[in-house]
Write a protein that binds this ligand. Structure first.
Ligand code: NAP
Ligand code: GCO
Length: 262
């Protein structure tokens, strides 16, 4: 029931990081992989990495926020690879700025990539999923779909909205055998979180690095590979009666008040 052979999976923003790990895992479960990114040189490098792994991935340069470009990419994928059975809305950005110092343009940009783009991508693939008797949509949410913290107001608002968009797609299209669920990663070691893990000038760990380890029962940051099993589960027949669910893969952060003082 975890076999994805014969399925076409589109993972957005899969040049590296979480998207690359999920795409690799879906490929290892049998799916044919299609992915996109923003920067051509990143897409080209990712193609080389996928091919080194023996994965015949098809990469496209496409801004997920541009509905016309997305429609053109989906048409190209349909003619070059096939209809999309699995969509992973992974592409995302964050801007860490105190809210009252953030410009409305900066706020809008984060919401555009992290919330409007998953709407655009899902709207583009659902008609074919309906025609083909069903499909799987996996939205990459966040701890910030549930919790806030200083400097990430736009990101938390977008990821909170993405949680509800996930539930609404599940509600509106579940009758067509489309399952739409979310994965809520904890703190994962990727380029996006690298600034939070940089060693200090004195060689000491970044305070945020120590903070996250104290808030995580697992006592460590997650790795992109920690998300692969949950993604294969939600992309496969094993989850055909799971819909509108956000699966948190966070090492237990959401369950834990944090390490008590000695
Ligand atoms: P990342 O390392 O910053 O990678 C982001 C990817 O998204 C890149 O491949 C980038 O493409 C692509 N991208 C950005 N904007 C795009 C756009 N408009 N259209 C198409 N592609 C776009 O991020 P990550 O840490 O792997 O995170 C991936 C997802 O997981 C994001 O949604 C993030 O919010 C979420 N998440 C991350 C963590 C974490 O701790 N890392 C935790 C929870 C959730 P280019 O390379 O071409 O720029
Ligand atoms: C931050 C981090 C987080 C992670 C992730 C946590 O600045 O707090 O970037 O937002 O990216 O979303 O689940």
């Amino acid at each position: 029931m975890f076999d994805l052979n014969g399925k076409v999976a589109l993972v957005t923003g899969a040049n590296y990081g979480i998207g690359f790990a999920i795409a690799r895992g879906l490929a290892e479960a049998g799916a044919k992989i299609v992915f996109n990114g923003l920067q051509e040189e990143h897409v080209k490098k990712a193609m080389e990495e996928y091919h080194k792994l023996g994965i015949d991935a098809h990469g496209y340069v496409c801004d997920c926020c541009d509905e016309k470009a997305v429609q053109n990419m989906i048409s190209q994928i349909k003619s070059e690879v096939g209809d999309i059975d699995i969509l992973v809305n992974n592409a995302g950005i964050i801007k860490r700025i105190p809210m009252i110092e953030m410009s409305v343009e900066e706020f809008r940009k984060v919401v555009d990539v992290d919330l409007n783009a998953p709407f655009i991508m899902s709207k583009a693939v659902i008609p074919d999923m309906i025609k083909n008797g069903g499909g799987k949509i996996i939205n990459i949410c966040s701890m910030m779909s549930e919790l806030g913290r200083e400097t990430v107001s736009a990101y938390a608002a977008a990821k909170g909205g993405l949680k509800m968009l996930t539930k609404n797609i599940a509600s509106e299209y579940g009758g067509y055998n489309i399952q739409c669920n979310g994965i809520g990663p904890g703190y994962i070691e990727t380029p996006q979180t690298a600034p939070l893990r940089e060693l200090q000038a004195d060689g000491k760990p970044h305070p945020f690095d120590s903070f996250i380890k104290s808030k995580t029962p697992a006592g460590r940051w997650g790795k992109p590979e920690d998300l692969v099993g949950p993604a294969v589960f939600l992309a496969s027949d094993a989850s055909n009666f799971v819909n509108g669910h956000i699966l948190y893969v966070d090492g237990g952060i959401l369950a834990y008040i944090g390490k008590q003082p000695n």
